[in-house]
Every structure is written in C-alpha cells, then in structure tokens.
Design a protein around this ligand. Structure first.
Ligand code: ARG
Length: 457
C-alpha cells in the first residue's frame, strides 16, 4: 500500500494502535463532498495565481470528480493508513491521476482545509434543519387552525389557572421555533467566512487570491487572521448552543405530550404509530417518542459541553484535540434533525380530546380572575376584589362546587357589588375573548395570528 503523505521525516512506521486511535475517516468521511468542493476551488485558485498549469488543473479537477463518483456510489475503498477523509481523497486522487495529484495540496494545510470543510458542511446542514423547523412550524399552525375552537385549561405551576385556546398553546411553540431559527441564522452568518489561505497556521507563501476562492465557494468574506482561522471553533459552539435550545423547546413539548396523554389527563391521544407497547403489560401504549426526545435533549446538551470543554484553555493555533469537534457536532446535528422531523409528524397526527378539555376547563375555578375583574369594573380596588373572590373560592372548595354553581344571593353575601351581570362574565368564551390585546388568547387574536403565520411561513 502507499505510504503516508508525511512519512518522510519518520524512521518507523505508524504503530497500528496509533493508526486506529488517530484515524477519523469514520466520522469526517461524511464531509467528503465538501472536501472535494473545497479542493476544486483551491485548485482553480492555484491556477489563477499561475502556480498550476492549465493541464495540471484540468487533470486534478477531473480526478477529484472521479474520486467523488466513487464516493457517491459507495465504491471508494478506504485503507487503514487513510488518516482522515482529506488524506484518503488525496491518496486516491494520486492513485488515479499519478504524481500530478501531489500538486493539489500546494499552499494548503489540512488545518485550513478542515476549517473550510466544516463550514461548508454546516452551511448545507443548517439549511436542511431550517427547512425541517419551518415545516414543524407549519404543522403546528395547521393543527392550531383545525382546532381553533378547542379550549383548554392554561396552567401555571401545573395548577389550572385560566382558560385558553388550545391553538394559543400550540402557537407558543411556533414563536419559540421562530427564535430558534433566528439563532441558527445568526450562527450561520458568523461561520460563513472562508478560511483557505491560512495554511497550517501562519498563512500561505503563494500569491493566491483568497477572495476568488471565497467567490467560487459562495462565501461573502475571508477570515482575517490565520491563527484564528485554523483554531477557531466558536462557530460550532454557537451552533451547538442553538441546537441545545431547539432540543430544550422540543423537550418541553414532549413533557406536555407525555403528561397530556396520561390516564390522569387524557387531553390528547398520541397516534398509535408513534407509540410502543410493553413486552409484559398488554394494555400499555407508551409515549416513547416524546420520552426519547426528552432523553436526547440531555445528549445534545452534553455535546455542547463536550465542545466547550475541548476548546477550553487550548493554546493557539491548531491542536489535534480539535479533531474531537466533529463527533460532537455531527451527533448534535443528527439528533436534532431526527427529533424535529419525528416531532412534526407526531404533531401532524395528534388528536385532541375536546370533551375532556372542556370538562377540565369547567373544574378548578378557572374563572376566579374574571370574577375579581368584574368587581374591579364595579369600582372595587383590585386587591379587595382579589380578597373577596378568594373567600368565594374557598367557600366553593369547601362545599365541593364551582363558581358557576353559586346563586346571585349567595354571591351577594360576599359582596353587595355583585349583580346579575356577573353570570355573563363567568363564561369561558367571554373569559377567553377578553384577552384581546396583542399576544392574548382571544379568538380574534389567535385567528389573526394564524393568518399572519400562514402568510409568513
Ligand atoms: N483530521 C484533523 C481534524 O479533523 C485534521 C488534520 C490535521 N492534522 C494535523 N496533524 N495537523 O482536525
């Protein structure tokens, strides 16, 4: 087999253990298309600078395309001495086109090469993730629209608080995902900078036009410090942080689905195809998908911590520690991507138990705040209205009744400001529709928001 590109300086062959230990093809192999794209751009840049002849350039570009075809078709044979995807591709290129393949790496290091590859890889994968997140938002908006008349108890402290529209609850997640997407866009803008030309650490000896390379690869700018360019991974940390926040949001929705689908709540029915059974208990239908998303959230946070810890106190510039960045990044990306996709499909098929939700809204004195505000409208200071209503609720709790079970005479034993009009105030639709400011759960507001989102998504 061919030796290593860097073997000249060595007396001994690389130990087998070390070969296996340092190799990263199993992980960075997924960047092969980006690696070849970057090499073609580098090659054209060398040509423009007069470093490569036209004939050599053509031979190398054609060769790289042939290597890509092998990789695309799964016909590429990796060797144990292929240290990483960059070396594997160059080794194969040279096998195919001969010694001219050895000219490709002129003025380049794997250090600026890998910094480029990760950025190219993230550009395309963040694009796919943006699409998946947008589709998830569309599913939530469609679900909200189809269920726009369904009410539910809104909670604080997981105690029933005030009636809301189920649609309003779903749209809360649409806003969260919108911020997630904007965080990913921010990270994208900072990583969208071209590092080739930084060499191993100090820059390059060749008169290459870095802006030309950037243009070929669609980067709006080039990095401005070679040391930073080969050792910076903060863009990956930003991405991992944004991914962690996506998972945090998915895990909150997961937790709600797990709670809502329990016998204790029965607010929703999860689609059968998204649940699993028990090997022993025949009656079981378990919410494994949301449980796994909740579990995988910890895994993505772990990868963020992994990256932060790998970078901590690492001296400039490149250090091999940085090779550990990719398993963390790829795992986080793949986990989030699959979680978003499966959650979107689950939500598309989710069934609401309208009767159970309506019944839940009727129990638990969810209209107590309406009663207090009724008293405020009758001139009672809010603090006093709150106290009076509190006493009414206590009496309702003691007699195991709801506010709607009280007669006018009974109400009036608590306050003579209460009159017949109180009963129109103590209705769920009225309570909901009064929350008519921007951001509130009133039907007109929620329907308007659905229309806005339908237009913008
Ligand atoms: N495979 C390495 C990485 O992923 C790039 C190679 C740099 N190796 C080196 N000896 N400078 O970071």
């Amino acid at each position: 087999a061919a030796g290593k590109a860097w073997e000249g300086r060595f007396r001994e062959k690389t130990n087998r253990l070390v070969e296996a230990f340092t190799g990263s093809v199993g992980v960075d192999g997924r960047m092969y298309a980006e690696d070849i794209q970057g090499s073609i751009a580098h090659c054209k840049t060398l040509r423009k600078a007069g470093v490569l002849s036209a004939a050599d350039t053509t031979a190398i570009v054609r060769g790289l395309e042939a290597v890509q075809t092998e990789l695309d078709r799964g016909r590429f044979r990796f060797l144990p001495e292929d240290e990483d995807i960059h070396m594997a591709i160059e080794r194969r290129l040279t096998e195919m086109i001969g010694p001219v393949g050895g000219k490709l790496h002129t003025g380049r290091s794997r250090n600026d090469q890998v910094a480029l590859d990760i950025r190219l890889y993230l550009r395309s994968h963040l694009g796919h993730l943006q699409e998946a997140l947008q589709e998830f938002q569309r599913v939530l908006v469609a679900k909200a629209k189809a269920n726009r008349t369904v009410v539910m108890p809104g909670y604080t402290h997981l105690q029933r608080a005030q009636p809301i529209l189920f649609a309003h609850h779903l749209l809360a997640y649409v806003d969260m995902i919108a911020r997630d997407r904007s965080r990913l866009e921010d990270a994208y803008a900072r990583l969208n900078v071209m590092p080739l030309g930084s060499g191993a650490l100090a820059g390059t000896n060749y008169p290459i036009d870095r802006r030309y390379t950037a243009g070929l690869l669609g980067f709006p700018a080039v990095t401005t410090n070679s040391l930073d360019a080969v050792s910076d991974r903060d863009f990956m940390i930003e991405v991992a942080a944004a991914l962690s926040i996506v998972m945090m949001h998915l895990s909150r929705l997961s937790e709600e689905l797990i709670v809502w689908s329990s016998q204790e709540f029965r607010f929703v029915d999860l689609p059968d195809g998204f649940c699993t059974g028990s090997s022993m208990m025949p009656q079981k239908k378990n919410p494994d998908v949301p449980e796994l998303i909740r579990g995988k959230t910890g895994r993505v946070y772990g990868q963020l911590m992994n990256l932060l810890t790998t970078l901590k106190a690492l001296p400039l510039s490149y250090n091999r520690d940085l090779q550990e960045d990719k398993p963390a990044l790829f795992d986080a990306l793949e986990t989030v991507m699959s979680s978003v996709r499966v959650m979107a499909e689950l939500m598309r098929r989710l069934k609401m138990n309208r009767e159970v939700l309506e019944e839940a809204v009727r129990k638990g004195h969810l209209l107590a705040t309406e009663l207090a505000d009724y008293l405020v409208a009758r001139g009672v200071p809010f603090r006093e209205a709150h106290a009076v209503t509190g006493r009414i609720v206590r009496s309702a709790v003691d007699s195991k009744r709801e506010l709607s079970d009280f007669s006018l005479e009974e109400f009036r034993t608590f306050s003579d400001r209460i009159e017949k009009g109180v009963f129109t105030r103590l209705s769920v639709p009225a309570a909901i529709d009064r929350k008519a400011q921007v951001g509130g759960t009133a039907r007109v507001r929620v329907e308007q928001r659905i229309r806005e989102l339908e237009r913008s998504l």
